[in-house]
Design a binder for this molecule. Structure first.
Ligand SMILES: [Zn+2]
Length: 102
């Protein structure tokens, strides 16, 4: 997978957005989590969801220039380029979507 350099800035921006959301949650504000990946279970704690997502974004940034980027963390399948275009933090193939690795 040759990563598009534009994805890196998208990752950095998203990481900042999510960090801001996390800070808002921690200070007791109501935040809209509609932009987050679907929770792995109902009622999952907003703070946990944000932390998981932030980890996922950080991992994508860390692996950006490596072979690991753009591969499913569970099965190693190449991820769809179009999907990465939309969500460069994508960590799993469709078969493993919604499964967090932590
Ligand atoms: Zn997979």
């Amino acid at each position: 997978m040759i990563a598009d350099p534009a994805w890196k800035s998208a990752l950095l921006h998203k990481g900042k957005d999510v960090a801001d959301l996390l800070e808002a949650v921690l200070s007791g504000k109501d935040v809209d989590l509609a932009s987050l990946p679907v929770p792995s279970g109902p009622g999952e704690d907003p703070e946990l969801r944000l932390r998981n997502f932030l980890d996922q974004i950080d991992r994508a940034i860390e692996t950006f220039d490596t072979d690991a980027f753009g591969r499913c963390q569970l099965c190693g399948a190449d991820l769809d380029r179009g999907a990465l275009q939309q969500q460069p933090w994508l960590a799993t193939c469709p078969a493993h979507a919604g499964r967090w690795i932590s």
